[in-house]
Design a protein around this ligand. Structure first.
Ligand SMILES: Cc1cc2nc3c(=O)[nH]c(=O)nc-3n(C[C@H](O)[C@H](O)[C@H](O)COP(=O)(O)O)c2cc1C
Length: 222
């Protein structure tokens, strides 16, 4: 690779495209945010950076709450609309035929999103044109249809999207799972040992044997 050096900018991709709900039940609002993410596992914490002139900035500052609603391909047009129109000009939720329910901290949550993270602001950092709202995630609301009989959440079925260099993109195929690089090595080692023990004709038979479907999932240390 031969890289050119440019001046500092926000060129990071992909980034989330999140539908941020805020305000109250009487006057809920929704805006799209890409400058958002998780910043701590315990306590679970997130942030969203919002420009001071946005209606959402005034609402989050007033209530101290917001919700991060994961965006699906069904919501992609709504996400773009909520990112170019202000709640000052149009009631975006009504206009788009969306609806909200109240979370435990009385923050509006988007009904059409499969997962909503309810957040309570702990700090507002003035960074520059954006203020960063640092918040604790006090509750998670997950779509029951995405849970299997063991209660495992299948987010891969939700049709989630991301934002990459100006494009809204659907998430693609799984290339690995958490910790798979280590598991693969262990598996390779085991296979090598097995092969070393076996006689030549047996080794050919083993090569045709299908791999075990059993998958070990190590605990995430994130
Ligand atoms: C993909 C996308 C990402 C955006 N990310 C942010 C963001 O992280 N922070 C921000 O202040 N504005 C962001 N915006 C712009 C706001 O969503 C937009 O100004 C919106 O109209 C604000 O709505 P409001 O005035 O109702 O709060 C983004 C827009 C788009 C389309």
């Amino acid at each position: 690779m031969s890289k050119q050096m440019w001046k500092g900018s926000t060129l990071m991709a992909p980034v989330p495209v999140m539908l941020v709900t805020c305000g109250d039940f009487q006057k809920p609002n929704i805006m799209t945010a890409a400058w958002t993410g998780i910043v701590c596992s315990d306590p679970p914490m997130a942030y969203v950076s919002v420009r001071r002139e946005r209606l959402s900035h005034a609402l989050i500052s007033r209530t101290g709450t917001f919700a991060l609603n994961l965006t699906t391909k069904e919501l992609v047009k709504a996400a773009d609309f909520c990112g170019v129109k202000s709640g000052r000009e149009v009631d975006k939720i009504k206009h788009l035929g969306l609806s909200v329910s109240l979370g435990s901290n009385l923050c509006p949550l988007l009904d059409q999103s499969p997962v909503s993270l309810e957040c309570c602001v702990v700090k507002k950092l003035e960074l520059g044109v954006h203020d960063m709202f640092l918040a604790e995630i006090v509750a998670v609301h997950a779509e029951a249809d995405l849970l299997d009989e063991d209660g495992k959440l299948h987010l891969e079925r939700a049709g989630l999207i991301a934002y990459s260099h100006g494009d809204y993109v659907e998430l693609g195929k799984t290339l690995g799972t958490f910790g798979y690089s280590v598991r693969k090595k262990e598996r390779k080692k085991e296979c090598k040992k097995e092969h070393e023990k076996e006689e030549k004709p047996v080794r050919r038979a083993a090569a045709r044997r299908p791999l075990s479907k059993k998958r070990r999932t190590p605990k995430s240390g994130r």
